[in-house]
Ligand binder design. Structure first.
Ligand SMILES: Nc1ncnc2c1ncn2[C@@H]1O[C@H](COP(=O)(O)OP(=O)(O)O)[C@@H](O)[C@H]1O
Ligand SMILES: [Mg+2]
Length: 251
């Protein structure tokens, strides 16, 4: 049985795609067979963090949803290009970055049930141990679906008042959908903040476990598409936090 993990946040730009990419790379470096699906169809991004250029995206999740291909035909082996440290396997199903494709999805919508079928098929065809779903911020039909079918949900937030408010909505929805494991991730924490205080505040605000408190990191911000952080900086504090988070999510 594969573990399905969704990465969500109420607001955009919290660090979901970076979290999805780094967790998946870590899991694959630990020998697991991992799939990542970019369900943020309106603003795709995880392909960049996993080192895939826009021009390399051929078949995408969009093609699967439109019935043009099987989902595994839109899965790219991004693990081998990271390096021999990937002892398991790492596959990415990207969303299309073509403006016309994005516009078509927004205009026409799609059958959300197909997403679930696709996830299950991907797990079987690629013999995955873990499936990580990068989501669109806020609540819509596909985020509800991915949250509902997940074994574990990571809710990413920044330690500012806007995020504190919005995140409560996500947490409440996740509880109603009975997600077996709900883990909070506080990201981009300024170095002037007391980490333990942040952890406690978030834990109390949502009555939930805090899986990671990740500092704001200049290296992370500037690494852009030139490598996966946990692979490039194996001993960095950010990597240590991602490792702890992965352990909680896979438990
Ligand atoms: N811990 C961090 N420190 C510094 N910059 C970060 C951190 N986490 C994410 N970022 C940056 O924030 C931006 C948004 O991250 P991203 O993962 O794309 O967020 P989302 O998918 O939630 O929109 C990116 O430029 C990324 O490099
Ligand atoms: Mg994103």
């Amino acid at each position: 049985m594969a573990t399905v993990i969704s990465i969500h946040s109420f607001r955009g730009g919290t660090g979901k795609s970076n979290t999805a990419a780094n967790l998946s790379a870590l899991a694959a470096m630990q020998g697991l067979r991992v799939g990542v699906v970019d369900t943020d169809i309106q603003s795709p991004g995880v392909h960049v963090v996993l080192g895939m250029g826009d021009d390399e995206v051929g078949k995408s999740l969009n093609d699967y949803l439109w019935g043009n291909c099987e989902i595994e035909e839109a899965a790219y082996d991004v693990g081998t290009r990271i390096g021999p440290e990937i002892t398991g396997a790492l596959y990415l199903v990207p969303s299309s970055i073509k403006a016309g494709d994005i516009a078509r999805i927004i205009r026409e919508g799609y059958d959300v049930g197909l997403l679930n079928d696709g996830f299950q098929r991907l797990i079987e065809e690629l013999e995955l141990d873990a499936l990580i779903i990068d989501t669109h911020p806020g609540m819509n039909e596909e985020t509800l679906l991915s949250i509902a079918i997940s074994d574990a949900l990571a809710v990413v937030m920044r330690p500012d008042s806007q995020d504190y408010q919005g995140t409560g909505v996500t947490v409440e929805v996740a509880r109603r959908l009975n997600v077996p494991r709900l883990v909070m991730v506080v990201n981009k924490v300024p170095s002037s903040f007391d980490t333990e205080q942040v952890r406690q505040r978030v834990s109390e605000a949502y009555d939930a476990e805090v899986g990671a408190v990740i500092p704001h990191s200049d290296e992370m911000m500037t690494l852009a598409s030139s490598g996966v952080f946990v692979h490039r900086y194996p001993d960095h504090l950010v990597t240590t936090e991602y490792k702890l988070l992965l352990t909680r999510l896979l438990e």
